[in-house]
Design a protein around this ligand. Structure first.
Ligand SMILES: C[S@@+](CC[C@H](N)C(=O)[O-])C[C@H]1O[C@@H](n2cnc3c(N)ncnc32)[C@H](O)[C@@H]1O
Length: 236
């Protein structure tokens, strides 16, 4: 596993662990980030076009999608159990608010099951870190975007080695202890959060990767107090 790719075996174990987080996913996120994860999700929302076709890659249990009003929304995830939780949650809220239901699709970023030029924007929240082949996934996102379409990514990248070390301690001690307490098991699935964080790259690594893939207008911003980075780019 490195900042570019995750091997097949590691990715399968990671996915099994992610599936095991479903019952406590929102609770642990809220606690671990001191409630900041919802602010980060709103920052992604604000960067998306207010109408058109939007794809969320790695929608998980629907934590972001449930609050994305309007638009024509498609949510993709490789774990059927995530989609089974996300679909009623997201579509229950959308129909209650008078919006069209979202479409739920099983698949991976690296092999998106959509035609070229389908979407006005693609977003991915706390999932990019888990993609098994990040350059291949970004290439696929570029392909399915319309010309001028936007990508928005949020995930906890590091600014430098000291920041990475502090991040490691925060995940290992703070998130790890709470997850262990909530899950009531020593070998709880959130251990993989620390593992993927350690192997995830720096903010600049992914600015470079987005540009190398062919995105233009690439920007990144480390979100105060440094627990996450938001990147955006555009298809020429
Ligand atoms: C931590 S959850 C994020 C859920 C949600 N986006 C949120 O805002 O909380 C990460 C999700 O990314 C998905 N994922 C992992 N590898 C992926 C890949 N290669 N392509 C697409 N999604 C992937 C996982 O199945 C998981 O549901």
């Amino acid at each position: 596993m490195d900042h570019i790719r995750i091997g097949e075996d590691d990715w399968s174990t990671l996915q099994a662990n992610l599936e095991a987080t479903i019952p406590v996913y929102d609770r642990i996120n809220r606690f671990a980030t001191f409630g900041q994860d919802q602010r980060w999700r709103r920052m992604v929302q604000e960067r998306l076009p207010s109408e058109g076709r939007i794809l969320e890659v790695g929608c998980g249990p629907g934590t972001f999608a449930e609050n994305l009003d309007g638009r024509e929304l498609t949510c993709l995830d490789p774990i059927p159990a995530m989609l089974a939780v996300a679909e009623p949650r997201v579509n229950g809220k959308r129909t209650a608010r008078g919006y069209n239901p979202a479409t739920f699709v099983e698949g991976t970023a690296e092999n998106l099951p959509f035609e070229d030029g389908t979407f006005d924007a693609v977003c991915t929240l706390f999932s990019f870190r888990d993609w098994y082949d990040k350059p291949a996934g970004l290439k696929e996102v570029l392909r399915v975007l319309k010309p001028g379409g936007k990508i928005v990514i949020v995930d906890p990248a590091k600014m430098n080695r000291i920041h990475g070390w502090l991040g490691y301690l925060y995940m290992r001690i703070w998130v790890g202890s709470y997850a262990r307490f909530i899950c009531r098991q020593k070998d709880h699935p959130w251990k993989w959060l620390t593992k993927t964080y350690v192997h995830f790259g720096t903010t600049k690594d992914y600015v470079r990767m987005l540009k190398e893939t062919g995105f233009i207008e690439v920007k990144s911003k480390v979100i105060f107090p440094g627990m996450s980075t938001i990147w955006q780019g555009q298809k020429p």
